[in-house]
Ligand binder design. Structure first.
Ligand SMILES: Nc1ncnc2c1ncn2[C@@H]1O[C@H](COP(=O)(O)OP(=O)(O)O)[C@@H](O)[C@H]1O
Ligand SMILES: [Mg+2]
Length: 334
């Protein structure tokens, strides 16, 4: 199949990509077909052809996509397809609707997400049908917002093209031979490579935080290993670092997930405390995109100012005494 040196292949033999899952699109009858730079390998028979998924039909009608090549993945919250738009092969993420989708701690994820219109905000609070629709839209827009914000901040995320009718059209992330990029979870790493990727991803987390964004669901399942390095995906639950009460714990969880994964290949990562370090720098206003991290938290070794503490206690005691005295004088005078 690799007779043409140009041929880039969408491979479908990853564990999460069983051959039967990636089926050919409606009109296809040829065995091997080129789509832009990507090449989908067969063999496909008429039986393999998939019906146009209902949710993608409006995009086909509007000419935003020209063909549905196959289904990549059906996850917790979305079904992902490989599609062709003109000359390019792209990825279409179809969000499941709220009823089917498990809203993981939806309230804490919503916390801090700005809803511009107060009628919208009230409807979202009440959970009316309109409210649910708004919540749905804000969930989906949150992913697009985050993708644009993060790309601007120098974080490697898929290039978004459009989000319409509950479908996000974005760059299909591919590896160095043109296959759909594997998830980190699907690869084996040497210790050196694990250390390298861990450092790279910590820097991406820092860049995200500098842009005010916390992923909120970062793990080996939401990072793809592309030709140009790791690519962070799946951002509908991304949160605003400044406006969310749980920002610190979410950031630490994201960073801990990375440590747990890379720690399998490089156990020294398991004993570091990068999450705490990053958050401390952020809170102190000292985080910048190239922050050098040590993974160690400096213990506060300054001597305790015992006299100062005692004096403060004494002042508090005196203030309280004065307050009680005033109170007594007031009630005696009445
Ligand atoms: N832009 C993309 N390029 C290639 N594969 C993708 C892309 N986006 C998603 N995928 C694949 O689809 C899967 C599900 O997408 P994701 O955004 O993580 O949604 P979910 O909420 O269902 O986890 C990913 O694990 C990945 O394998
Ligand atoms: Mg995911």
């Amino acid at each position: 199949m690799g007779s043409s040196s140009d041929a880039l292949i969408i491979r479908h033999d990853f564990i999460h990509l069983p051959r039967s899952k990636l089926t050919a699109a409606s009109t296809g009858s040829s065995i091997h077909r080129f789509f832009g730079r990507a090449y989908l390998s067969g063999p496909f028979t008429a039986d393999d052809r998939m019906k146009i998924p209902k949710r993608l039909a409006p995009l086909l009608e509007e000419g935003l996509i020209d063909e549905v090549i196959g289904q990549l993945m059906s996850g917790k919250e979305a079904t992902v397809y490989v599609v062709r738009s003109g000359e390019s092969t792209r990825c279409a993420k179809v969000y499941k609707d709220a009823k089917q989708r498990s809203f993981r701690q939806a309230a804490s994820y919503r916390d801090g997400r700005k809803v511009k219109n107060s009628r919208q905000a009230r409807a979202m609070e009440k959970g009316t049908r309109y409210g649910r629709q708004m919540q749905e839209a804000s969930w989906q827009n949150a992913e697009v917002d985050a993708l644009f914000r993060l790309a601007d901040a120098g974080v490697r995320v898929p290039q978004p093209y459009i989000c319409t009718d509950g479908v996000l059209l974005m760059e299909l992330v591919i590896d160095e031979v043109g296959d759909v990029a594997p998830r980190l979870n699907d690869v084996d790493l040497t210790e050196a490579r694990a250390l390298e990727l861990h450092a790279l991803l910590l820097n991406q987390v820092v860049r995200m935080l500098c842009a005010g964004v916390i992923h909120g669901d970062l793990s080996e399942y939401n990072i793809l290993l592309a030709a140009d390095g790791p690519v962070i995906i799946d951002l509908p639950q991304a949160v605003d670092a400044a406006g969310n009460n749980e920002a610190a714990s979410m950031l630490k969880r994201d960073v801990d997930n990375l440590a747990a994964y890379f720690g399998r290949f490089a156990p020294q990562i398991l004993t570091a405390s990068f999450g705490t370090e990053i958050w401390a720098l952020f809170e102190a206003g000292q985080l910048h995109v190239d922050a050098e991290l040590t993974g160690r938290i400096e213990a506060d070794t300054r001597p305790v100012d015992l006299d100062g503490v005692l004096q403060e206690l004494e002042e508090t005691r005196l203030e309280e005494e004065a307050r009680v005295r005033r109170q007594q004088e007031l009630s005696a005078g009445r």
